[in-house]
Design a protein around this ligand. Sequence first.
Ligand code: A3P
Length: 288
Amino acid sequence: SLDLVSPYLFKHKGSNFLVKDKMQPEDLDALQYFEIRSTDVFLISYPKSGTAWMQQILVQIMDAAHPEQAEDVSNRLRVPWLEERSADNPLRERPDPRIFGTHLPPDMLPLGVKAKQIKAVYVWRNPKDVLVSFYHFAHSWVLLETPTSFEDFFQQFLDGKVYMGSWFDHVREYYAVHKQLNIHFVQYENMLKDLRGEVVKLCAFLGKDLMDDTIDHVVKMSTFKSMKTNPNANYKDLVEKGRYLGETMRKGVAGDWKNYFTVAQNERFDEVLKYKMSNFPLPLTWEI
Ligand code: A3P
């Protein structure tokens, strides 16, 4: 029987998964044995941290580097989600180099990710903005419980009682293993500040030597404005299928939390942040 956190979530190995998603604990465990190829690239994130954005960037870089494989399909198909129902999803039999997305914590990743030292990109974002984005997403995605109030969701987020679990644990756990894995950390806010600079760093990490105007094209295709109207990038198919009730390309800014947090909530958040992230070596500053 499932270890229920709420009618919508069950806990497995410290993370929260969706009751309505049909992925059972044994299916999640089986992912450890999913066969990894040395050319695979992983996109790892906590929810609402810029996953779809990084999907688009990686797809553009890979398509530019391997033009013979460029396809006009949605990023959802192009970058299959690891913890999706069918472990034998034929999309996983894609031509190399494959790109996979996941929110799984490090100890639930396929063993091959570490064993083969495959390249993994970890995108992270100001948790206050993650919370606000998540709050809206919880109204949008039909598999999630609709929050009764912002305050309720706020507390659930601080307690790690949301889909996937605690932001604080996710980020800390990934940082803790970053030397054992081959991980490139990217901050959402740095992409907002200097998208081109971050794309150039990503190309270097991925070993893709692109011409300047190709990089310009990757950047142009990956702006919020461009992605919002690009059906391959904006998850419109899920809106059309009724699985998302709202847009995933919502606002795409830094600091939206200031429109939602009360002064008291902000103080509470900062206290948890200070406590949970004490001794965390990366700067926890997100002003742009
Ligand atoms: P907001 O809800 O704050 O607008 P994820 O893909 O991990 O679910 O993250 C979704 C968040 O990334 C949303 O944040 C979305 O708007 C933002 N996002 C997606 N593409 C973006 C882009 N090109 N530029 C800036 N933000 C983007």
